[in-house]
Write a protein that binds this ligand. Sequence first.
Ligand SMILES: Cc1cc2nc3c(=O)[nH]c(=O)nc-3n(C[C@H](O)[C@H](O)[C@H](O)COP(=O)(O)OP(=O)(O)OC[C@H]3O[C@@H](n4cnc5c(N)ncnc54)[C@H](O)[C@@H]3O)c2cc1C
Length: 452
Amino acid sequence: MSALAPRVAIVGAGPAGIYAADILLGLAPTVEIDLFEKLPAPYGLVRYGVAPDHPRIRKITDALHDVLSDPRIRLRCNVEIGVDITIDELRAAYDGVVVATGADLDVRLDIPGIDLPGSFGAADFVAWYDGHPDAPRDWPLAAESVAVLGAGNVALDVTRILAKHAAALTHTDTPDHVLDALEASPLRDVHLFARRGPADLRFSALELRELAEQHDVDVIVDPAEIALDEHAERMIAQFSQRRIIVRTLTEWAARDQSIRSASRRVHLHLRQRPVRVLGDDRVTGIEMERTASDGLGRMVGTGELLRYDVGAVYRAIGYRSTPVPGVPFDTENGVVPHAEGRVLGEGGAPLPRLYATGWIKRGPVGLIGSTKSDAAQTVRHLVDDLAAADVSERDADPIAHLTDAVDLEGWLRIDAAERGAGAERGRERTKIVDRTEMLSHAGQTHMTEAGR
Ligand SMILES: Cc1cc2nc3c(=O)[nH]c(=O)nc-3n(C[C@H](O)[C@H](O)[C@H](O)COP(=O)(O)OP(=O)(O)OC[C@H]3O[C@@H](n4cnc5c(N)ncnc54)[C@H](O)[C@@H]3O)c2cc1C
C-alpha cells in the first residue's frame, strides 16, 4: 500500500452506514472516512422509524454515537448526495464509496380508491409521529374508526400509536405538535387486517403482545378467524415464534367480551385482503375479501366480501428505497444491484469503488442488528479492493466547499438543545423537528464566534 491513508465516503448515517464505518476502521485502521447524511441529524430509521414507545431500541443510538466519536470519521450531515455533491464526484475523490441510504417510501397498493384523501402510507405517518424534518406538521386524526393493512411490525407500530392515549407518550421524545394531535384524536376503533392466517403472520411475538398491554385499549379477536388449518398446524409445530403468536391470539379470542370496557379497541382481523377503499371525495370505508389457505400457505380469495365503515386507511405493507442519482437501481426489486456489496453496472460487472449496504442493498427487511452482518460482508470486499488500489495521488479535501454541512459538534449542539427542551418538560429529550431550527442550533457556536 502507498503512504497515503485510503479515503472512504459512506452515504447515509443510518445504522448500516455507521456499522460499516465501525467495521471498516476495525479492519483497516488507517482509513479516513467521510460519513454523509442528508438530514441534520444522524441515525436514520433508529431516530425516524423506531416507535417512540420503544426506548430500549432507540438507545442503540448510544452505541452508534460511540462510533461517530472516532476521530477518523468526519460526520457531514445536511449533505444530500445527488444534490449537494454527485456520486461521480465522490467516486473521483475517494478510494471507495459505500451507499447506505436505506428506505423511506411506502410500497404502493394498487386497489381502487387508494388515493382518496384519508388513505395514508405508514412511512408518511411514522415520519410524522417520529418528528422527521420533511414530514408535514399537521396530521388529520379526525376519524373515529380506522383501518390498518399489514401483517408485520410496522403495522403493529402504526396500530399501537393510533390507539395509544397521548398521555402514555408524554415521557418520550415525541414532539409537542404530535402529542397535541394524538391527544385530540377522537379515535375509538382500529381495525388491523392481515391477509394471512394466524400461523403465517410476520409480527414479532413480543410486539404483538404489546398491543394488549396498553392502558385503556382492548384487543378483540374473532375465534372463527384464528381457526387452524392443516398448514397452520404444520407451521406451529415447526416454529416456536409462530406457536407463541397463535397462543397469544387464542388467549385474546377466549376473553369474555362482556367485560371489555376500554374507550379504544383494536380489532385484529385475519384472512382478509383489501379489495377497494370506499368513498367519493374521502375515505368512508373499506371493502375486504375473505381469504383461505390453498393448503400450502398461499392465500386465495374466497369471493366473500365484507365492508367496514372507517374514516381513514393506513397501508403498512412495506417500505421501498429511493434511488440515488448516479447509482444503478433495480426498480423491480427496489435495491441496488450488487454482488456481496460490490455495486454492479449494466453489464453485470462490479463498478470500481462503489459499494452498497443496509436496506438499499438487501431490501427493506430485517432488524437493526442485521445491518451489522450485512455491512461486514460489504466492508470485507471494500478492504480487499483498497489493498489492491493505488492511493498515491489525490485532490485536496474534496468536501471543503460544503460549508453548510453539520459536523459531529454541530449535531451534538442539536442533541444538547433537544435534551434541554426535554428537561423543560421533565423528559430526557424532546425532538426538534424544524430543519431551520435544527440548523440554527447546529451553528450556534459558529454564529457566536462570528459575532464576537
Ligand atoms: C417504522 C419502522 C420501525 C422499525 N422498528 C424497528 C425496531 O423496533 N427494532 C429494530 O431492530 N428495527 C426496526 N426497524 C428496522 C430498522 O430501522 C432498519 O433495519 C434499519 O434502520 C436499516 O438501516 P439502514 O441504515 O439501511 O437505513 P436507514 O435507517 O433508512 O438509514 C439510511 C440513512 O441514509 C440517509 N440518506 C438517504 N438518502 C441519502 C442521500 N441521497 N444522501 C445522504 N444521505 C441519505 C437517510 O436520511 C438515513 O439517515 C424499523 C423500521 C421501520 C421502517
